[in-house]
Design a protein. Structure first.
Length: 212
């Protein structure tokens, strides 16, 4: 169970989740290929390179390749980028964890940055900006256009719900105002017909006005 799933609020669900693209492993792959071909280089007294020197260089390249692979694995496994029914959430890091989240109602734009190679392979950077500023772009994200499309769908749902709630509130307020006007009109009719006295009329009128 990941960070996003563990930190969902009540009645909140994950709508879309993605990770970093496997292109992140390109750098350690290059180091391992370099170590492999460097190991094929002949060494010895009659060669341009001594065997001790070759082994030292090969060891350095191998250590760099392994460290690079470990760092990429940590970044790949412990980076999460998700859209829920309420928020966009990003989390990265293992020992030193960094997270940010933005309510869908506060999102102003979701932008995608892709070069030619990135479009071919299927990765890119996503920049989410909202009310009060923006966070750093999340780079090397897998299927960024799909992420943006899903984010826009959820944002539209949230905004539609907000407008619906506002309309419902307005209708309730208007209905309450109409009801109060009807009560005042009825009271005036009762007073004019002398069915209630002036004190009763003033008291009931004050109660209706105070309830508005």
């Amino acid at each position: 169970m990941g960070y996003v799933t563990k930190n969902l609020m009540e009645n909140e669900e994950v709508c879309y989740q993605t990770k970093i693209h496997k292109i992140i492993f390109f750098t350690p792959l290059i180091y391992f290929i370099l170590a492999y071909f460097f190991n094929l280089v002949p060494c010895g007294e009659n060669e341009a390179m001594g065997c001790d020197f070759k082994e030292n260089i090969l060891a350095v390249i191998t250590i760099i390749a392994v460290l690079s692979l470990i760092m990429c694995l940590i970044r790949y496994i412990f980076t999460e980028f998700a859209i829920t029914s309420r928020r966009i959430i990003h989390k990265k890091g293992f020992i030193r964890r960094e997270t940010w989240e933005l309510l869908l109602s506060k999102v102003e734009s979701v932008q995608v940055d892709q070069g030619i190679f990135a479009r071919i392979i299927g990765y890119g950077a996503i920049d989410v900006s909202g009310t009060g500023g923006s966070n750093d772009p999340v780079k090397l994200i897998r299927r960024p256009l799909e992420f943006r499309m899903k984010a826009q769908e959820e944002i539209e749902k949230v905004q539609s719900n907000i407008k619906s709630n506002e309309s419902s509130t307005d209708r309730t307020e208007e209905s309450h105002e109409d009801s109060s006007e009807e009560k005042l009109t009825k009271l005036k009719e009762l007073f004019d017909k002398e069915l209630i006295n002036e004190d009763e009329y003033n008291q009931k009128r004050k109660e209706v006005i105070d309830s508005i």
